[in-house]
Each structure stands twice: as structure tokens, then as C-alpha cells.
Ligand binder design. Structure first.
Ligand code: G6P
Length: 613
């Protein structure tokens, strides 16, 4: 959470920082700020609110904000409410050290106490200020940024990424990271630091990925790296293949709608990345998974957060059914603190769009420390999880900007289906013809997704009826329950309608007492053997006044008379139905949010990349 940026070059920094921050706003958006260096003068502009507010305020200034070096921040508050004072950059006296921070300084109270005894005082409620002043303390002694940083990071506990300016070292922009992302971009005569590549794609595609505890110094086109002891480190440059247009709205009103429409492409690209040339079978050798590896796994743990966890729940049903391997899906925030015995020949599948989620990363490290092999399903190339996992399966969704995930979730489902198929094939759990049929069927998903999107206006019309909705239930069984979880999350996170996913059979054990006249009850019916069961639960909800909204596979004859609204999805093999059933549910959440005039791409209190616990 929080987006951070640094720039050192020949161009005016303020505009570059404001444009870049706008691309990072998905990481947090309760306050924003920049600091720009001109000669030996550092000017800080910051406020509560969005980048746009900051931009407008800077525009109104009588003296233009000039300078060709600077840093910027967009905040998701952890310590200290969103306010002008708590907004970053934060500084030490005389603006000797000015910094932005992403993460949490866990021992900030102890640091403050120690610094107070040296005569320091504090003006904000942030944890960050303690770190800035600690760096200032060493900088005053050493007069050298590198030595100040290396000394300070020995004392700072927690997770962080700092981007810093030092008054006596004009032209230089410094950065250091621990468990929070930071990349350096190399341009011609200029260089950048950013939380994520999307912020600098319009300027360069040449990037360096910093490892944990590495330090970077920018001075125009000169980019240097150091380890935590201050020794120079050589790093390889990587070329980012993401298209800069991918981080633009491209004519859609919101990123979320654009990304919903990019799902067919994301699915296709993820499939193609591992499909053999005849499109008849998958080949996971490049991911480090040969048949021997696939055969040797005795149990799978899937660990993730949020929607990635929901993709994991789908995967559990599909892998267990096709490959007959026991699977346990765990929320990363729970898994990391459980003291469960982990089976030796197991595989931990880590799912994460950003590849930076703090709990997911910690859970993966725990698995590794226990000698468990890890396979990460990740979208962001070069992210921490991708770099630390034993093997990586990249989803090819491209940059996802809307806070509510859509296309990355779709890519994750595809990666999970492919793994299930390959486990099943390598272990002889699947008949050859059925395998081939499934490989053909999975390749038809993109056109079926687009077919559903052609009917989006139907969802838009009905969504208007739920403007004043106070609650919703999403019901399903097995894979349909897993989809219900994702649909329900989409509704609550962007529409602020209280919504719950319930395994349909559990309705009578409590939740049914909450149904009131007109309450939205979404039923998902894609699994033939369970149609009748879920249909009965929907009818029970209807009898208690619920508004029955069904997403069903074409050909399902149930609920025709009872339903208030039915959306049919194209037929597909049932193992893959989640990829289709989720689309109308994403649209429903989206259109209810739009009808309620909410900020769809940046819902309140949320951030896309959750790098704190
Ligand atoms: C946040 C996002 C969700 C995402 C979750 C896990 O809550 O808003 O969309 O599913 O984090 O993020 P990850 O990057 O690990 O998939």
C-alpha cells in the first residue's frame, strides 16, 4: 500500500511525479505529496485527498514548482489519520532529510523515545517520521547518505521502502527496500524509482528489480546499487514487455470495465504461454514442472488473500476432482500463524496478482522454511513472490489498475485449471480423450467470455433496482460456492452493499433469518449434479421475500418460474464454469456501484497492493 516515486534527470520533476503518482493511486489514495529539489532548495507540497487535489493546488501556487529531482507519495494510512500533516513526504529539521515511505516501522515508539533523548521532537502521528529522523541522526554524523541509510536500516524493524532526498547531496535520489516493492527505471540521462512499473512505463521499459535490503542511488542517468553494508552491487537490467497503453483507460469510463473486457485476452495469453504448438497439450517444463515433479506431490496447500484466495477455492475443487490430490486452501494471514504439520512431499501454490501481498509473502516464506516446494501464480513480473518462489506460473493479465480485480482473477483460474489438468495427466488420473476434450474446451473460454459481455446491458438494467439495497446473499455449492465468494466480494468492495457468500446448504443454519422482502439473493448454478439442491435453496429464499437473481448454465431448466431474473452463461465443461459464471457477477457489482455513483476504481478504505499485515 502507498505508492512511491523518485525522479532524477533534466526534465521538470513535478509533472513527472504527479503523472506517475496518478498511475500508482490504486495503492492508496487518502493523501498525496511531492518534494522537488531546485539547487539546494527542497520544496514540499502535500495534502489530504487525491493526486488531483494536489495537482490543482500546485497549479494555483504563485511561484511554479521547478526542479529536476524529486520524490512523490500517494498514501494508504496506517499510522496517523489521513491529514495534511501526516501526508508524505515527511522531513527532518531544516529539510535535511526528506522521505516517502511505504510499509510499517514496527519499532517506531522505541525509536522515537531514543531520538527524543537526543533532542528530536515529532510533528506527525506517523511511524515514518521516526525513521526519517533516525536517518537524519546518522546523516548529521556521517554527512554521507549511504552510511546514514546502512546504519539506520540496522535499527529499523518492520517492512519498508523509503525514497529519500538529502539536502547536502542535491541531484541524488536514494531508495531502500525491505519486504515492500521498489524498482529502478533507467532512462536516457534520467532515472526513476517506483513501487511498480506502471508508473514509469511511459518513460522507460528498462528496469532493475531491487532485492530485499538493497539500496539504490539515482543521479540523472547514473543508477547505482549497494547491499545493506554499503558495498556496491551489480544488477542486471530487465526489459518490461507490458504495453504502456495497458495502464490507460482506453475509452472506457473506468479501469474496472476496461479490465473486465480484457479478460478474454488475459485468458488467451495465459493459455498460450504454456500451450504446445499444436494447441493439443500443455507443457510446464519451462515453469520447472516436469512429469516427475507432478507425480511426486502428495498434497497441495494453496495460500492466498482476497480474490486470489477465491481462485484457490475453485482450484481446490478442480484439482481434487481431476487429479485426485488432496488440497487444502488457506488464507495467507491465517496460514502464516498456524502451527499445522506440513506434509513433506507437498507443494505450496501461492496465488497473488501483485506478488507483494505481505501475508502471502510471509506464508510462502514459511512454507519454504519448512522445506516445502513453492509454485507461485503471479501477475507482476519481477515481484518479490515471483522472485522468491521455487517456480513461477505467470498469469498474462498485464497491468491491472482497478482495485477490484477481474482479469487477474480470470488468469489465476486458468493457471489453476492447467495445473489440475497436468497433475491429472502426469499421474494417469485422466482418460486421454477427456484430457484432449478439456484442452479444447478451455481454449473456447475466451470467446464465451466475450459472448457474455455482449449481454452486459441486461445486467446494467437490473442493477438499477439495487441502488438502495442493504444486503445480498450469494449462494452456490462446490465450484459455484467458490464463485459466489468472488461475486459477493465484488459487490461489497465497490458497491458497499453488505453481501455474504453462503454455501447454499448452510442457509438454513442461520443466514436465512436475515432475508427480508426484496433482498438480493444471487444463485449460481453451473454444476449439473447440484442444480436441484441449489434450486431448492433459492426457492426457500424466494418464499421468504428474496429477489431471486440466477446465473445458470444454458440448458438448466430449474427456477424458470420462480426466478425474478436469470442470466444464462454458455455451456462449458463444469470444471471451468467459474470462468464464465464470474463475469455477470463482476458486471453486477460494477453496475450497482456506478448506479450508486461510487468511485468504482478506487473504493473507500481499500488499496490494491496490501503490503502491510
Ligand atoms: C487486495 C485487493 C484484492 C486482491 C488481494 C490480494 O485486497 O484489493 O483485489 O485479491 O489484495 O492481492 P494479491 O495481489 O496478492 O492478489
Amino acid at each position: 500500500m502507498c505508492g512511491i516515486l523518485g525522479y532524477s534527470g533534466e526534465r521538470q520533476a513535478a509533472e513527472i511525479l504527479l503523472d506517475g503518482l496518478a498511475k500508482l493511486e490504486y495503492r492508496g489514495y487518502d493523501s498525496a505529496g511531492i518534494a522537488v529539489v531546485n539547487g539546494d532548495k527542497i520544496t514540499v507540497e502535500k495534502n489530504k485527498g487525491r493526486i488531483q487535489t494536489l495537482r490543482e493546488r500546485i497549479k494555483k501556487n504563485q511561484t511554479p514548482l521547478t526542479g529536476t529531482f524529486g520524490i512523490g507519495h500517494t498514501r494508504w494510512a496506517t499510522h496517523g489519520e489521513p491529514s495534511d500533516t501526516n501526508a508524505h513526504p515527511l522531513w527532518s529539521d531544516d529539510l535535511l532529510v526528506v522521505a516517502v515511505h511505504n510499509g510499517i516501522v514496527e519499532n517506531y515508539k522505541e525509536l522515537k523515545q531514543e531520538l527524543t533523548s537526543y533532542g528530536y521532537s515529532f510533528y506527525s502521528q506517523t511511524d515514518t517520521e521516526a525513521a526519517v529522523k533516525l536517518i537524519d541522526y546518522y546523516y548529521r554524523q556521517e554527512n554521507d547518505p549511504l552510511r546514514a541509510i546502512t546504519k539506520a536500516i540496522k535499527k529499523i524493524e518492520g517492512s519498508y521502502c523509503f525514497v529519500l532526498l538529502f539536502k547536502n547531496n542535491p541531484g541524488e535520489v536514494w531508495g531502500v527496500r525491505k519486504d515492500n516493492p521498489l524498482i529502478a527505471g533507467q532512462g536516457k540521462g534520467e532515472s526513476f524509482l517506483a513501487s511498480d512499473v506502471s508508473a514509469i512505463l511511459q518513460d522507460t521499459r528498462q528496469v532493475y528489480y531491487l532485492d530485499n535490503m538493497e539500496i539504490v542511488k539515482l543521479n540523472k542517468g547514473d543508477v547505482r546499487f549497494y547491499d545493506s553494508e554499503g558495498h556496491a552491487v551489480y544488477k542486471k537490467i530487465s526489459l518490461v514487455t507490458w504495453d504502456s497503453q495497458a495502464a490507460e483507460k482506453g475509452g472506457f469510463e473506468h479501469f474496472m470495465m476496461k479490465e473486465i473486457h480484457e479478460q478474454a485476452r488475459a485468458v488467451k495469453d495465459t493459455l498460450r504461454s504454456v500451450l504446445n504448438t499444436d494447441a493439443e497439450k500443455f507443457d510446464l517444463n519451462d515453469l520447472g514442472l516436469n512429469d516427475e515433479n507432478l507425480k511426486s506431490v502428495s498434497r497441495i496447500y494453496i495460500v492466498a488473500c482476497g480474490s486470489a484466495y477465491h481462485a484457490g477455492v475453485v482450484a481446490q475443487y478442480v484439482i481434487e476432482d481431476l487429479a485426485k490430490i488432496p488440497v487444502r486452501v488457506e488464507l495467507a494471514s491465517e496460514f502464516r500463524y498456524r502451527k499445522m504439520p506440513l506434509e513433506k512431499n507437498s507443494l505450496a501454490i501461492i496465488i497473488s496478482q501483485s506478488g507483494e501481498t505481505a501475508d502471502t509473502l510471509a506464508a510462502m516464506r514459511l512454507a519454504k522454511n519448512n522445506g516445502i516446494k513453492t509454485l507461485a501464480i503471479v501477475n507482476v513480473v519481477g515481484s518479490t513472490i515471483a522472485r522468491e518462489a521455487d517456480n513461477v506460473f505467470y498469469t498474462m493479465a498485464g497491468p491491472e489498475i482497478a482495485v477490484a480485480t477481474t482479469k487477474a482473477y480470470s488468469g489465476q483460474l486458468i493457471a489453476c485449471y492447467i495445473l489440475a489438468l497436468e497433475f491429472a495427466r502426469a499421474r494417469n488420473e485422466i482418460d486421454r480423450n477427456y484430457y484432449s476434450e478439456l484442452v479444447r474446451d478451455i481454449q473456447r473460454l475466451p470467446e464465451k467470455i466475450d459472448e457474455i459481455l455482449d449481454e452486459k446491458e441486461r445486467i446494467k438494467e437490473i442493477a438499477g433496482s439495487f441502488i438502495d439495497s442493504e444486503g445480498a446473499f450469494y449462494l452456490g455449492r462446490n465450484i459455484d460456492y467458490a464463485v459466489a465468494m468472488e461475486g459477493s466480494l465484488k459487490m461489497k468492495e465497490i458497491s458497499y452493499v453488505h453481501s455474504e457468500a453462503i454455501a447454499a446448504g448452510e442457509m438454513k443454519h442461520g443466514p436465512i433469518s436475515l432475508i427480508e422482502r426484496g433482498m438480493l439473493i444471487v444463485g449460481i448454478l453451473t454444476q449439473k449434479s447440484l442444480y436441484a439442491k441449489t434450486a431448492s435453496n433459492m426457492i426457500e429464499a424466494k418464499s421468504r421475500g428474496g429477489f431471486i437473481f440466477n446465473v445458470m448454465t444454458r440448458g438448466c431448466e430449474f427456477l424458470k418460474d420462480e426466478a425474478d431474473f436469470i442470466f444464462y452463461i454458455p455451456d462449458t465443461d463444469e470444471h471451468f464454469a467459474a470462468s464464465l459464471a464470474v463475469i455477470p457477477l463482476q458486471l453486477l457489482g460494477y453496475y450497482v456501484a456506478v448506479a450508486r455513483k461510487l468511485d468504482v476504481d478506487k473504493p473507500r478504505n481499500l488499496a490494491k497492493s496490501v503490503t502491510v499485515e
